[in-house]
Design a protein around this ligand. Sequence first.
Ligand SMILES: [Zn+2]
Length: 210
Amino acid sequence: MRRSMKRLRHLPAVALVTFNRCAFELLGSPPPLARSKLHLRVFRVSADPGPASLAPALRHAAAILAAANIALSVDHRQVLGRYHLARVAQLESPWPTPHGALAHLVRSGRAAMPGSGLALFVVDQLPRGTHGESLGLPGPPMPDADYSGVVVQEGQAQLLGRYIAHELAHFLGLPHPVAGTAPDDNLMFNGDTLTAEQRQQLQRSPLLRG
Ligand SMILES: [Zn+2]
């Protein structure tokens, strides 16, 4: 490293200018984000025999992720009346295990409707203070994995839509930003916006299809 720096220092100025211009021409401006689909299988897991429609919340989640040119494609919707799964009493830390409630949910969803779409579960209740949980960060791109899913707690449509988008973004690979590196209204804080870097990072997920 030290040797190459030394060589660079002795290059004539004109060579440096030429190199910089070539690099600029090669890189150009960043390519536009591709439009990609995230396929979902949506399960409402409820003890209520007639839970409210998830359509408004899914529309809001879709509007948030559309900023990253991601289109949500709901391949399947189903109500699972599994009383023992509708209220998740405890979450494992730091990550779900194959023996925990969330992996159990994923397996139940797969048994009810197998498919390649990511499983989204909306349950009646999560432990106090938790609105949602992604089973990975990023989650595994294999639909048969016990951790192929995100879980959110039911709620008012706008909030629920934001929680869904937040947990899906975790599953696609977005962490919580370091404080000060994104505005307060960022999706990965408590809002619904995405930075250019986050949009780019989301687009890299192998879960997205054309
Ligand atoms: Zn989060």
